[in-house]
Design a protein around this ligand. Structure first.
Ligand code: 6R9
Length: 645
């Protein structure tokens, strides 16, 4: 583990809303005087049509979580209407296309009109408050328009990531009972078209409830429109008014459903509600990213994932920010694209994932240093533990020692960031998500549920709710209770393991199912991976446990080498030696398999379940591989499976 500590940067402290003292005071109050703390935040961040009867009401044993019940508000009103007077002409969304030649800017006033029009189209199609609408769009501004149009009329959106197959789309449309789907002719990623409308046609053929498909014209390719079902977005919005009164929603009315995978069973529809979610995403967006008026803010996620919901659309727009939406991929036309876009749009705040950082790091520094990046003030990381190697590269090379990195830990289920540094308050340790945000009370427990104190390692639970916690699994409240509140009764179980150091900093070690136990020694696969990627020849590594007669579990490492490096037995020995040096002999990999690439979900997470099965030689039963970005990666790994020497 890295021992380095980076002090709060003077320039970050000078700019910041919250310094170290204020963090301590506000955190204590958020826990000890929780109702008053949250009532004040709710007043400061959100415009309410009517105030709440009660700030919070909860019982984790029943999976009951309520915030601001009785209050009335509308999310699109908070993201649009209330900004019009002061910043109607300010850019709300900067869109950067897949093709570097295509971009556009949309002001708050323009966005407001687009949202009102689409809301009226939805109404004309019979969509009412509480109805579900599926959004299956590429990263184009219409995705944000569609989300906000749903919230305007109280419809519940369910976004399905554009990379999901027709089969996965069908399952989600059916489970959430959507009757309307909003899609586009095609998406565009890395210069290649994605056949969205064609996928919808295949999916919806098995969804008898879907009566309308609204199609956005994006690439312009000819589409077959199904008479009586399919309508063009650009035609329909011309037929309706540019004004639509916002529906008054209760704070606890549902806002959206987002499907997420657990360790077992089919994906769960995480249901988020209105008041607590918009408050918490707005507040975290402002304080974690130290967002100030006029900043250009870019989160590279896709709106198909929770990060896109909370930190491309809802949090930033609630704060009146300028948010950048990027349609493309980090490596097109070349691996310098992120840095070029930062210069082009003078981005101040940049939020991305470790998998992207590692991939770009593997391409060398030249594409980075060719760009200026002088506009950058703050960097963020999300999605998985960031290994100290990648952190240091991000900090020194991308940020030129000038930008704090906020390593933000959270989940689809949590709606917003729970553990994170605040840039003006928190000293940074590479690889640590550091400290809890206001109102968040984490704890570490043993497998038996005993609370661990001090510097220790265990299962990460949260002992009380925060406003943006998911409220239920759509259509299956028992599953909600079973998944999150049964393992450690009375607490929310995150599924992650973590270490807490002597400063109280949290180091997420990964999903608890990724913890391996070798000869009775417990270790995080991430630790071994971090050691492997220290080697200059290694671009990426994924480590899993596999059954071992003597040790219980052995260590199986999949290693991706940097471009132009030839694998060799000599290199394997080097790597084993490196791990022994970094962690100790107990962490030496038993098996190293060269992996030209790793099986990743479309959001960039390594699918360890598959790697564990290959390592265990259970290759005839690999389970569902449909959510992989590139399923052929698996065949290669199976064929070249390394046998323990
Ligand atoms: C926001 C998001 C959630 C899981 C979570 C954890 C991992 C996310 C992390 C992180 C270490 C971070 N994770 N952020 N691990 N450090 N900063 O990614 O949501 O897709 O639901 O994934 O991702 O394992 O449990 P989601």
């Amino acid at each position: 583990m890295s021992e380095k500590v980076y002090d709060v940067l003077p320039q970050a402290a000078a700019n910041a809303y919250i310094n170290a003292e204020q963090y301590k005071e506000m955190y204590a109050r958020s826990v000890n005087d929780s109702d008053n703390f949250w009532a004040e935040q709710a007043d400061a961040f959100i415009s309410w049509f009517k105030k709440w009867d009660k700030v919070q009401d909860w019982n984790y044993h029943e999976g009951k979580i309520r915030w601001f019940e009785g209050a009335k508000l509308n999310v699109s009103y908070n993201c649009l209407d209330r900004h019009l007077e002061k910043r109607g002409d300010q850019v709300a969304i900067i869109w950067e296309g897949d093709n570097p030649q295509s971009d556009k800017k949309i002001t708050y006033r323009e966005l407001y009109e687009k949202v009102c029009r689409l809301a009226n189209v939805l109404k004309a199609q019979g969509v009412k408050k509480g109805d579900r609408v599926c959004i299956y769009l590429p990263m184009i501004p219409e995705a944000a328009v569609a989300m906000l149009a749903c919230t305007r009329i109280g419809a519940v959106h369910s976004i399905v990531f554009g990379g999901f197959s027709p089969e996965a789309l069908k399952d989600r449309v059916l489970d959430s009972g959507c009757e309307v789907v909003i899609t586009s002719d095609e998406g565009l990623r890395g210069g290649r078209p994605v056949p969205l409308k064609t996928n919808v046609d295949k999916a919806v053929a098995h969804c008898p409830n879907v009566r309308t498909v609204i199609v956005v014209r994006h690439t312009g390719r000819h589409m077959d429109m199904v008479a009586g079902r399919d309508v063009w977005y650009h035609e329909e919005i011309e037929k309706v008014s540019a004004e639509c009164a916002p529906e008054e929603m209760d704070a606890e009315d549902p806002l959206f459903i987002l499907y997420t995978s657990g360790s077992t069973g089919k994906p769960k529809g995480a249901l988020h509600s209105t008041g607590g979610y918009i408050l918490y995403t707005a507040m975290t967006h402002k304080y974690v990213f130290d967002y100030h008026d006029g900043d250009i803010y870019w989160c590279t996620a896709d709106v198909g994932w929770v990060t896109g919901h909370s930190y491309i659309v809802y949090g930033p727009l609630a704060n009146g920010a300028t948010t950048l939406m990027f349609e493309g991929v980090p490596t097109y036309p070349d691996a310098g694209r992120f840095w070029q876009v930062i210069d082009k749009h003078q981005v101040n705040i940049f939020y991305t994932a470790p998998t992207a950082i590692r991939a770009l790091m593997g391409q060398g520094n030249e594409l980075v240093t060719k760009t200026s990046r002088k506009s950058l003030r703050l960097l963020g990381s999300v999605g998985e533990p960031i290994n100290p190697e990648a952190w240091e590269w991000y900090y020194h090379i991308i940020g030129e020692d000038r930008c704090p990195i906020v390593d933000t830990w959270w989940q689809t289920e949590t709606g917003g960031i729970l553990i994170t540094p605040l840039p003006g308050a928190t000293k940074l340790k590479p690889g640590s998500a550091t400290l809890p945000f206001f109102g968040v009370v984490p704890a570490l427990v043993t497998n038996e549920g005993d609370i661990l104190e001090g510097a220790t390692e265990g299962n990460l639970i949260i002992t009380r709710p925060w406003p943006s916690q998911m409220r239920t699994v759509f259509g299956d409240h028992d599953r909600f209770i079973d998944t999150y509140f049964k393992t450690y009764p009375g607490n929310y179980f995150t599924g992650d393991g973590a270490r807490r150091d002597e400063d109280g900093y949290y180091w997420i070690t990964g999903r608890v199912d990724d913890v391996i136990n070798v000869s009775g020694h417990r270790m995080g696969t991430a630790e071994v991976e971090s050691a492997l990627v220290l080697h200059e020849a290694v671009a990426e590594a994924a480590v899993v446990g596999y059954p071992h007669d003597i040790k219980g579990q052995g260590i199986y490492a999949y290693v991706t080498l940097m471009a132009d490096i030839e694998p060799s037995e000599e290199l394997k020995k080097d790597l084993v030696r490196l791990v022994r040096e970094e962690i100790g002999p107990i962490a030496s990999p038993d098996v190293i398999q060269w992996a030209p690439s790793l099986p990743k979900t479309r959001s960039g997470k390594i699918m360890r379940r598959i790697l564990r099965k290959i390592a265990a030689n259970e290759v005839e039963n690999l389970g569902d591989t449909s959510t992989l970005a590139d399923p052929s990666v698996v065949d290669h790994l199976v064929t070249n499976r390394a046998v323990k020497s």
